[in-house]
Design a protein around this ligand. Sequence first.
Ligand code: ZN
Ligand code: ZN
Length: 458
Amino acid sequence: MENCSLSAWTLDDRREPRIRVGLVLPEDEMPEVSFVLPEGECRACGGGEEAKLAVKAGRVTAEGGRVRLVAGAARVGPAERIVLRRGTDVPLEAGAGIRLTSVVAGRGFHWQTRIEPCFVGDLEFLARDGRLVVVNELPVEDYLTGVISGEMSGECPLEFLKSQCVVARAWVLAHTEPKHPDLPIDRCNDDCCQRYQGTDDLTPTVLEAVRRTRGQVLLDPQGRLIDANYSKSCGGIIEAPEHVWGVAKPGQRAAPDAPQGSSARRFFPLTEDRLDEYLTGAWLADTDVFCSPTVVPERDLKRYLGRVDDGGGHFRWRFEYRREELQDVLRRKLADRLEGGLDRLDGLAVLARGCSGRARRLRIDYRDDAGAARHLVLESEYAIRDALHEKFLYSSAFAVRVLGDPAGPPERFILTGAGWGHGAGLCQIGALGMALHGYTCEQIVRHYFEPAELRACY
Ligand SMILES: [Zn+2]
Ligand SMILES: [Zn+2]
């Protein structure tokens, strides 16, 4: 049966949809991209032309609203759309498919980098005002192999990779919010949607995890798809979706990320008076919290994390800023919101927190360029993380300490924090910790999503 498109897919279809993933977006400002072809026959078509490509490499260039492909003597376009595909189906394995030589990973986050991934399926090239758009269209199950090997490493245990696959599939099939309504894509390839880095990092365990969970999603008691989220490390408490996105999501729970009977349960829900103990207390030395370094040792974590992530799990972290440094960051990040200009930062005050301690509202007190006292309130964990770091702060679950002479302006700001990411839904490092300690995929997803039923929808 012909695959259907993801945008039109519903649970009743009972078949695997195809997905269109944006690999290069207009915001990447790439006028050109080079590709390397695999062995075997490849074809490019566009504007009514079709060319067999006899060479190993080529490039596609944006010219206004059109694209042109050149590969050796073969030329296609300028055309509004060019599709490049391998002539026969390629077996899905590490390094299979067509390689693009520069793709942004971690777009806009503190880990932004460029990678050269390979992709199976069709590659479609378009242009917007001289900037390339590259779309990879492929079946969802093939797409998921590139998600779970990109989000975390293919070296992770099978039960973790199965749970990551179920959650990634549930999220993408729920397709509740169109994140890129102006582009002809379902999802982008990056953390804004979910990370997808093609075939380079595929391992036999990744392929097995996708095959053994084929079509499996999470359903709530009414039989509806659970729109499942996940993030790297909750820091010890799974955050409630309403504190992250302002909306409740059925099937996602807020809870301690720890076994029944854990002493960490006393911190839930986290209140201001227990915050310091939660962040830095002696209990951390031998805690059984699933995402803590006592369950997943930092020295082992590097091989379990995705290729583009840095080495640490950031269960607990600390940033120290001189006032001038933090002022510079705020001026850059909030240039159009700091009325009167920021001359001097006077303080940061968290006005509201979620149940994991994540700041949801933050007041920034400052003197403007004319010396008047002013303040600005940031209204989401995302806005707070974006404003307080040159790239992006690990999480908004932090306490602020201000150092300096009480009679004068603050000298230093120390942020002591927990976790990495928004903290709602599945905690990836916590799920890894559970798998390392013998929990099955089903036990893992039911810990993070409750009440949830695991069922194959095709
Ligand atoms: Zn996106
Ligand atoms: Zn966790």
